[in-house]
Write a new protein. Structure first.
Length: 197
């Protein structure tokens, strides 16, 4: 089952991330570790965030044990606990150039709620390639859902929220959404999204 890994690293810098990336040989679709589907990294208000989609938690663990852990230690990256959740939906959209990573926690929302909201959306029809984001991932938490999107701009995400989400979710649910918009530093699409649960 595909998984979403989110690591929010307080105090980390883009320079430290670049050092890790350099120690690993510079991530590209061609030299990606086995099992990686997509990788995104962004500069946040208090550090750095990495959000990956992997084919399985075992693939991620193997990469960490064999390669990544040592590179993180050598680069002096601060310690952070990754959050690993199953993927409910992963779309490669029609957006071409990502500039921001958008993280949204949807506490109390279920996969059935999400499917009901998106069921009649043109952006979610078929394989989702009409979705205006660059990439859209929904992970399932104990408390609800978590969204990790790549967008061309924060404004593009906000416009989608107002025109597509607000009419379907209602004012109360929209008011609970507190998106974290961070500057995208790196985004690598390795392969097409895997089928999610």
């Amino acid at each position: 089952m595909p998984i979403l890994m989110i690591m929010d690293i307080e105090g980390a810098t883009a320079e430290q991330y670049d050092r890790v990336d350099g120690l690993l040989g510079g991530l590209t679709a061609e030299n990606a570790p086995a099992g990686l589907i997509s990788h995104a990294a962004a500069v946040t208000d208090n550090g750095f965030m990495v959000a990956d989609v992997w084919e399985s938690a075992e693939d991620l663990q193997r990469f960490f044990d064999e390669t990544l852990g040592a590179a993180i230690a050598e680069a002096g990256l601060p310690q952070a606990d990754p959050r690993i959740v199953p993927v409910h939906n992963h779309i490669e959209g029609s957006g071409e150039e990502g500039a921001v990573l958008v993280l949204v926690e949807l506490d109390g929302m279920t996969t059935d709620d999400y499917d009901a909201v998106t069921g009649d959306m043109e952006a979610h029809a078929g394989d989702g390639s009409a979705h205006p984001s660059v990439a859209h991932v929904i992970g399932v938490n104990d408390d609800g859902l978590v969204v990790v999107d790549i967008w061309e701009s924060g404004e593009a995400f906000a416009e989608f929220g107002e025109s597509q989400l607000a009419p379907r979710m209602g004012a109360d649910q929209m008011a609970q959404m507190q998106p974290r918009v961070s500057q995208l530093h790196n985004h690598v699409r390795v392969k097409a999204p895997a089928a999610a649960g």
